[in-house]
Design a protein around this ligand. Structure first.
Ligand SMILES: Cc1ncc(COP(=O)(O)O)c(C=O)c1O
Length: 413
């Protein structure tokens, strides 16, 4: 008789793991009613201390250890705003990792810059500092590490490279709310940090974004570029820069303040559960956790990744393993491991004339990222963050499901 659920056996996990997402409560309800009844539905030009957008900017910046925050419509536009604030020019090259959401690169193209895609480190799945250094050319102006899955990238190595070559760093922190690098919040480590607050993220208002910085001048430019070129303290209809409207509404901030009040506790729960799971993964032949680098002081992940090793699993493919794991009741996927330059946008060169202007777009087909490709095809397995918001009994069930597949792998061959 078959034992594995994929072959008709009983499932290991027949209840919900973790929690539903999003999580909300009375703070959101009260804040939303306050916004409704106040009639102040945007920050506008009223007193800033009563604006929920301003409160959110201040509280989130402090939470991530940054001095200034500018709330934005979404994470893609947060990156565009950051690039404009830092002075990007048409044809400038920005180095981005292959393992990320496509917006890390398309935000560059949308401001007429050229993303150069580099490989990831197979140890931690983060942008490889060696690959960054090898990709630096005459037109390189900056590095955009993505704290992929919320795991802090190697900021010491990247900072050393940036300093050696006179480059800036914009951290795409869309996955890294609450993650800390050597005790400091992600998004406060480079020149500007950009966050997404879209539905799936660990802090969300359905849509939204925020840029953080410790540099007062950059903060002023971020403010202006998100607010149709206004300068703070100047007359309302005086516009100094060509800029879009990227303002967050008071509704979004009302919801975000609720989420932020729970973020530290949720981050601790996710990280503690992940550490527990990692101990268990190490004890199962054929899977292994991403080894934690010493600078990772808190990993509040958006995706949790672990590694699957086919040769120790009787030669079955990673995809077959994932099918079996899904059948056992543990929902798993690939996160954003698909190398971004393999998207049709790049392979079919589907950009309009407005994007690269007179600059020749690079040959993205000739930008191989073999580690990311291998990990995407053969090794990486990704679990979503909400699964880690329960107790360690949930982790035990995850481990039991993996162990069961290992013990019955003959059924899959
Ligand atoms: C790494 C990364 N960067 C940028 C973004 C863009 O954020 P948004 O969807 O809020 O525009 C995302 C969204 O998932 C992301 O994962």
């Amino acid at each position: 008789m078959a034992k594995l659920a994929i072959n008709g056996g009983p499932k290991v996990i027949d209840r919900q793991l973790g929690k539903d997402w999003p999580i909300f409560g009375d703070i959101e309800r009260e804040n939303l009613m306050q916004v409704l009844e106040s009639g102040r539905w945007w920050r506008g030009s009223g007193p800033s201390d009563t604006s929920k957008v301003t409160q959110f900017e201040e509280q989130f910046a402090a939470f991530q250890d940054a001095q200034f925050g500018v709330a934005i419509t979404n994470g893609t536009q947060a990156i565009e705003c950051a690039l404009k604030a830092i002075g990007i020019r048409p044809g400038d090259e920005v180095i981005v990792p292959a393992a990320t959401f496509v917006a890390s690169a398309t935000a560059c193209i949308l401001v007429n810059a050229i993303p150069i895609v580099v490989d990831i480190d197979p140890g931690n799945y983060q942008i490889s500092p060696a690959a960054v250094e090898a990709a630096i050319g005459e037109r390189t102006v900056g590095i955009m590490p993505v704290h992929y899955g919320g795991y802090p990238a190697d900021m010491d190595a990247l900072r050393a490279i940036a300093d050696r070559h006179g480059l800036w760093i914009i951290e795409d922190s869309a996955h890294a709310h609450g993650s800390t690098w050597n005790g400091r919040g992600c998004g406060s480590l480079g020149d500007i940090g950009c966050f997404s607050l879209q539905m799936g993220k660990t802090l969300t208002a359905g849509e939204g974004g925020i840029c953080l910085t410790n540099d007062e001048d950059l903060a002023a430019m971020l403010y202006s570029f998100h607010h149709i070129g206004r300068f703070e303290g100047r007359p309302f209809y005086e516009h100094h820069l060509v800029a879009s409207n990227l303002r967050m509404t008071e509704w979004q901030a009302a919801v975000l303040l609720g989420g932020l009040s729970r973020l530290a506790e949720q981050a601790e729960t996710r990280d503690a559960n992940a550490r527990y799971l990692e101990d268990g993964l190490r004890a199962i032949e054929g899977v292994s956790p991403i080894e934690r680098d010493p600078w990772v002081t808190r990993w509040n992940f958006y995706f949790y990744h672990f590694k699957f090793h086919s040769e120790a699993f009787g030669g079955i493919t990673r995809d077959r393993f994932m099918e079996a794991l899904n059948a056992e009741g543990l929902s798993c996927g690939l996160g954003h491991l698909h190398p971004i330059q393999h998207n049709p946008l790049f392979t079919e060169r589907n950009w309009g004339p407005a994007c690269f202007g007179d600059n020749e777009p690079p040959d993205y087909a000739g930008m191989p990222t073999p580690e990311c490709e291998r990990i995407h095809k053969e090794e990486g397995v990704s679990l979503t963050h909400r699964l880690f918001l329960g107790g360690t009994d949930d982790m035990d069930l995850m481990l039991e499901a993996i162990q069961k597949i290992r013990d019955n792998v003959d059924e899959l061959r």
